[in-house]
Design a protein around this ligand. Structure first.
Ligand code: SF4
Length: 317
């Protein structure tokens, strides 16, 4: 689908965008959850929240966010902490590599910018552990810049509202739509509202179109309404581009998490020999599986999450 010209022709002064902005922003004013990271503009707090929220549900992040900031209240405190302690504080959030990447980001900002956060997206993305999404989120949610960016929820809403449901829109196309729709001077609220809508209403498997403020302007809804008058009682069609979750238990990520959990329970600096670690990670473990266990540990080692010494495996210090 070619959108460049058509999007350029639509700006926020057209009735379509004006109504769209009013509808979503009014809804957000009423429906928004009171989340602690929405009350602050401190880029360090925003960074911690965004990294935690990338692959973890809000309910699980809330207590961890508070505890993490209580233990590491500043960028400097996080940069100077032992890596093992950062990994321990990450317990319960999963995807432990995020903990290491977060600390790498903190250290890089301290070393390169004397602890002062860069504000522009182009500089933010040069930091370790910061991709386009996190850079956009920091620029928008901490520095209130009008920046368009994509997370899972924003992407889903933008795709459904703006693109042809019979086509699979590219990431670039979606980003162009997001940029075109961004209301000038209201980027913070707009992006928060898109994320909230994707999280609470326009969900992946069962969008609640009947209570969606964008229903009258949504291409996906319109297409389904035209093909099925009983839309309100039917779930949204499965979209080709939407990724399906793979089974978690038994996956490589599952066993990586089990290894980190086992090492977290050790006293600082203590190691666990391979023969002791194996059965803790996988009850039916046998020495024949040492090659498999070794490969998983090497992966964790490459990510900076564990250290393998002659006496065994431990968290990094
Ligand atoms: S009308 Fe339905 S599909 Fe469209 S944005 Fe709202 S919830 Fe999502």
């Amino acid at each position: 689908m070619t959108i460049g010209r058509s999007i350029d022709q639509i700006n926020e002064h057209t009735p379509t965008f004006h109504q769209l902005h009013q509808a979503l922003l009014n809804w957000f004013s009423e429906a928004a959850r009171d989340l602690p990271w929405r009350r602050v503009r401190d880029p360090y707090c925003i960074l911690v929240a965004e990294v935690m929220l990338q692959q973890t549900q809000v309910d699980r992040v809330l207590p961890k966010y508070e505890a993490f900031l209580a233990r590491f209240p500043t960028l400097q405190a996080l940069a100077e902490a032992p890596a093992a302690e950062v990994i321990r504080m990450w317990a319960g959030l999963g995807y432990n590599r995020r903990a290491i990447n977060l600390q790498r980001t903190a250290r890089a900002i301290c070393e390169r910018y004397a602890g002062i956060f860069p504000q522009d997206v182009a500089t933010l993305v040069t930091l370790p552990g910061i991709g386009p999404y996190t850079a956009g989120a920091i620029a928008c949610f901490a520095f209130e810049q009008d920046v368009a960016f994509m997370d899972t929820n924003i992407r889903r809403v933008i795709r459904r509202v703006f693109t042809d449901p019979t086509e699979t829109a590219s990431e670039r196309t979606l980003l162009e739509h997001a940029r075109a729709a961004l209301p000038i001077g209201r980027g913070w609220m707009w992006n928060q509202a898109l994320m909230e809508l994707g999280s609470l209403v326009c969900t992946a498997d069962a969008p609640a179109c009947w209570r969606c403020p964008l229903r009258d302007r949504c291409r996906d809804y319109t297409a389904r309404r035209e093909s099925d008058e009983r839309l309100a009682a039917t779930p949204a069609p499965k979209r080709i581009a939407e990724r399906r979750e793979r089974p978690f238990i038994g996956s490589n990520r599952y066993f990586r998490g089990r290894i980190i959990d086992a090492l977290r329970s050790l006293p600082p600096g203590a190691t666990l020999a391979l023969n002791d670690l194996g059965p803790q990670v996988r009850p039916e473990y046998t020495p024949d599986e040492e090659a498999w266990l070794t490969a998983v540990i090497h992966g964790l080692e490459r990510d900076g999450l564990v250290v393998w010494t002659e006496t065994g495996v431990r968290l990094p210090e």
